[in-house]
Design a protein around this ligand. Structure first.
Ligand code: AP5
Ligand code: ZN
Length: 215
């Protein structure tokens, strides 16, 4: 299964990617996670990327295209992958098409998660993440069983630096301007599947699985 999860910040891409990764035993390729790990390790790329990420802006195309290209060449992607947060601009989508052609990998579907702006803001302000194992939570919609502590590994949950309301609004503007055009891009290519992302986490997962089974 070779998929792209498309949608605005907070739509549930990471949440659903984790479910699909377990279900199909294929890797999740999250450019956001890869960049955050580079920031944490203070690599030259991470130092450069941090400025853009803290401002809610996109990291330059050549940086993320290089990351994804390298990742897709790894052997574990031959049987499938879930792209989460990439592509995010038309040049990134064009570069992805070229890379997949070179590797003889074809996409099965582009799943577009549709969620209202108000819900996106409340999802992002309430998001908490485990820095040790990467598991995501929400203080109201998907809380850990013990306050502030990861169910999977016991790590202390944290809030992402870019999940402050002002930065969230900026990220949503950037999505509308630079990423939303990809919905039409993939619709024209016949790959787009629209999913109502307003339902609960499990229900959205069920919708995605039933769409994939029917394809
Ligand atoms: P990235 O990490 O990709 O962030 P994003 O796209 O802004 O998406 P999020 O991770 O915020 O949201 P999500 O859709 O994964 O939602 P989640 O499942 O966590 O990118 C961060 C930054 O990195 C960018 O701003 C940019 O600077 C840079 N970057 C990354 N990729 C790039 C690229 N390709 N090009 C250039 N720059 C790039 O869910 C959110 C919350 O809601 C969670 O708490 C979850 O529990 C909850 N939730 C999920 N689903 C539901 C539901 N159905 N009902 C109720 N709650 C739900
Ligand atoms: Zn954990």
């Amino acid at each position: 299964m070779k998929l792209i999860l498309l949608g605005p910040p907070g739509a549930g891409k990471g949440t659903q990617a984790q479910m699909l990764m377990e279900k199909f035993s294929i890797p999740q390729i999250s450019t956001g996670d890869i960049l955050r790990s580079a920031v944490k390790n203070a690599t030259p790329m991470g130092v450069k990327a941090k400025e853009y990420m803290d401002a809610g802006a996109l990291v330059p195309d050549d940086v993320v295209v290089g990351i994804v290209r390298e990742r897709l060449q790894q052997a574990d992607c031959a049987n499938g992958f879930i792209l989460d947060g990439f592509p995010r601009t038309v040049p990134q989508a064009d570069a992805l098409t070229d890379t997949l052609d070179e590797l003889s990998l074809g996409l099965d579907a582009v799943i577009s998660l549709e969620v209202d702006t108000d819900a996106l803001v409340s999802r992002l302000t309430g998001r908490r993440t485990c820095p040790s194992c990467g598991k995501g939570y929400h203080v109201d919609f998907d809380p850990p069983s013990k306050g502030g502590v990861c169910d999977a590994c016991g790590g202390n949950l944290v809030q992402r630096d870019d999940d402050r309301e002002e930065t969230i609004r900026k990220r949503l503007d950037v999505y509308r301007e630079q990423t939303a055009p990809l919905v039409d891009y993939y619709r024209k290519g016949g790959l787009l599947v629209e999913v109502d992302g307003m339902a609960g986490i499990d229900e959205v997962g069920r919708q995605i699985l039933s769409i994939l089974e029917a394809r």
